[in-house]
Design a binder for this molecule. Structure first.
Ligand code: G3I
Length: 316
């Protein structure tokens, strides 16, 4: 049985993965994608810098391929993302006039959701808005529009695609801490103001053996407000040798971490599903960013399932 069908049998909507369209050309990639997963998140190809690198210059190539593949396999797609401090072009981040910024945001959202609104299940409208201490990150959205930017972007997205599930997505909110408590206040404020917020994404980029033990409690902070909480970017990085290979002790620790996260989602009816941030170690973003770490995904370099894969399968 695939991870997707096991997840559905356990009452979840999907078991998903992020990927980039060009990975599909790699030998061994697409068979696993098609057999195990029924939800896709474009890892980069729906980000602003890819979709609209210059004003009114649109590049739909990668995102069209992912949407088309989802239609072919009957999978659902989570869009990612609109307001972020990274992968946003200079013609946007240099804007200082609030009306101009709002109009650029609205026309970008209208373009993306005009094309894909009916083909998507959810969208990370707001990505990574908070610092670890719970204050708002300095980025063009906050600096020009203040806290109102979240509600403004949610309103634009809802107007463009009324049935889409709209999310705020962030990391380090998977524990009860300053950041997740601040996020719960932000969410509560948006709901009280009648803003169309449907859920919170727990990115869940974890380190082997250090997965928080209070993910369920943190999830409850949001699901008690009536929001969904999806696990949106799960991976578990572990120490690797200079070939990028982890030893079996670390792979067993990692398997427990994966199982723990999946079981938290299974045990909360407001968690629609789990998305891994890639399933193939070969394409993982981890080694390029965290020196000495890697092997963070469910499948090794030649697409052999790792202990974490079997642990997720057992848990589901
Ligand atoms: O496409 C260009 C290519 O044309 C160019 O030659 C090459 C040279 O550097 O760069 C390519 O772009 C890279 C892009 O991935 C596509 O592969 C960027 O440099 C690289 O920075 C970018 O990294 C992505 C990263 O977000 C950017 O911040 C990772 O793949 C992606 O996994 C990562 O995903 C984020 C989520 O969106 C948000 N949460 C955290 C997560 C991990 O950082």
């Amino acid at each position: 049985c695939s991870l997707a069908s096991l997840a559905e049998r356990s009452g979840k909507l999907y078991f998903g993965t992020a990927y980039q369209s060009f990975y599909m050309a790699a030998e061994g990639f697409t068979p696993v994608l098609d057999s195990e997963f029924d939800q896709y998140t474009p890892e980069n190809e729906m980000k602003w810098s890819v979709i609209q690198p210059e004003p009114n210059v649109f590049n739909w190539t990668g995102s069209d391929l992912i949407i088309a593949h989802a239609k072919k396999t009957g999978s659902i797609v989570r869009g990612h993302n609109f307001c972020w401090d990274s992968q946003t072009p200079g013609y946007v981040t240099n804007i200082t006039d609030p009306d101009e910024l709002k109009s650029v945001l609205k026309s970008h959202i209208d373009a993306v959701l005009g094309r894909y609104g009916n083909d998507l299940y959810a969208f990370d409208v707001i990505n990574e808005p908070l610092n670890d201490n719970g204050t708002f990150k300095s980025n063009v959205w906050y600096n020009v529009l203040g806290e109102d930017y979240l509600g403004i972007a949610l309103d634009y997205a809802h107007a463009a695609a009324p049935n889409l599930n709209l999310y705020i997505n962030d990391y380090n909110i998977e524990s009860v801490n300053n950041k997740s408590q601040a996020m719960a206040k932000v969410a509560q404020g948006l709901l009280a103001a009648g803003k169309p917020l449907n859920g919170i994404g727990f990115e869940s980029h974890f380190i082997g053996g250090e997965t928080p033990d209070d993910i369920a409690e943190s999830m409850k902070q949001f699901t008690d407000l009536g929001l969904d909480v999806a696990i949106t970017e799960l991976d578990v990085r572990v120490p690797v040798n200079n070939m990028g290979i982890a030893n079996s002790t670390w792979l067993e620790i990692q398997a427990k971490d994966y199982a723990q996260v999946v079981s938290v989602c299974l045990n909360n009816t407001k968690c629609p599903g789990v998305t891994v941030w890639g399933f193939a170690d070969y394409f993982s973003w981890i080694p390029g960013v965290f020196a000495g770490y890697g092997a963070a995904d469910l499948y090794g370099f030649t697409y052999q399932p790792k202990p974490a894969f079997y642990a997720v399968q057992d848990t589901l």
